[in-house]
Design a protein around this ligand. Sequence first.
Ligand code: EPS
Length: 388
Amino acid sequence: MARLQLTTAGESHGPALVAVLVGLPHGLRVTREAIDRDLARRQAGFGRGGRMKIEHDEVEVLAGLRGGVTLGSPLALAVRNRDFANWGDVMDPFVPPSGARAAAITRPRPGHVDLAGCLKLGLTDARDVLERSSARSTVARVAAGAVAKALLGACGVELFAHVVRIGDVAAAPVERDFAAARERAEASEVRCADPEAGARMVAAIRAAQRDGDSLGGIVEVIAWNLPPGLGSHAEWTDRLDGRLALALMSIQAMKGVEVGLGFAAAQQRGSAVHDPIGWNGRRFTRPSNRAGGVEGGLSNGEPVVVRAAMKPIPTLARPLPSVDLATKQPFDAQKERTDSCAVPAAAVVAEAAVAFVLADALLDKTGGDTMDEVRAHLAGFEASLDAR
Ligand code: EPS
C-alpha cells in the first residue's frame, strides 16, 4: 500500500506550480539548497528554448517544515512562474482573458494534447488543456523528488539519472562505478556520462534545430544501496516494477519504459537473461544484473536500473499538417517558442519520479512515524539479512 502521496497543481503560465506530499515521517532534514539544486538541474541542458531564460525556479515551502525538519504533516511546496507576469491578461485566476493573446488556440499540434484534450472536454480552444498538460508541471515532481531523495539519502540509498540516447546517438553503457558516471553526467551539457557521445548528441540537436525539428531520446535512472524486498510479490498494484513504470510513463512525452534488459530480454534465451545466484559467506550475490534490480515485483538488493524513452517534442518550428478545430480548414501552424530537445531535463524528472517510488516503497517496508524509527527498522532488517 502506498505510504507517500503526491498531488501536484499548476498551469504552465499560471501563478505557480504546487506539490503537496503526504505521508512523510517526522524528522527528515530538508534543505532549500537541495530542492533548488534539482530545480536548476531540470532547467538546464542543451536544446532548451527561450522560456528557460525567463524562469529561475526556486522553492517556497508553505507547510510541513520547521527549522529544516519535516513535521510529519503534509509538506506543501510552491515554485512561482516568472512568466506569469507576461501572461496576466490570459492566465489571471479571476479576470477573464483579454488582449491579443486571449484568442482561442484552435490549431492542434500533432503529437500534443491539443486535439485529444479538446475532444475530451468539448472545447475548440486548447488553452485550458495545454496549460496543464505542459511539461512545466514537472517542476512540482522534481521539487517533491528532491525531498524523496533526501529521505533515501538519509537511509544510505543513492541514485542518479543520465541520458543514454538522443536521436540516433547512443552512449556507451555505464560501468559499475556509478558515482563516477554521475559526475561525468553532471558535467555534461546533455547529461550524458559518455563525453564523446555527448558531443555528438549536441551536434545532433543543433542539426535538428537548423531544420526546424525536434529530437527525443532515452534516459536511464540507476539507484543503489537499496535493501531487497521493496515492493510486493502479492498485489499487482504494489509491485515495484509496476510502480516505477507508472511513475516514468506518466512524465510528459514518454512512450516506453524498460527495467533491466527490458525489451531485449524478449529476444534471448532464459539462460542469457536471468542472473545466477551465489553466496559470499555473508550475503547472496549476483554476478550480473540483467533484471535491473527487480525480480517478481520486489527489489532484490541489486541496483535498480530503469529507462524511459521520450518522443521528440511535438511543437515544431516546421509544423506537420493539421486542421483548425473551429473552421475544419487545413492550416500551416505559426512558429511557436519551444525547446528542440528536453531529454536532459527529462532525465532529472525521471530521477525525481524514481526517487519518489523508492522512498514510498522504503517507507512501506520500514513503517515508522519518525526518521529515527525508519532508520532503526531498516537497520534491523539489514541485520536480519546478515544473520541468515
Ligand atoms: C512546454 C512548452 C515550452 C517549454 C515548457 C514545456 O514552454 P512555453 O510554451 O512557455 O515556451 O519551455 O517547459 C517549461 C516551461 C519547463 O519549465 O520545463 C510544453 O508545451 O510542454
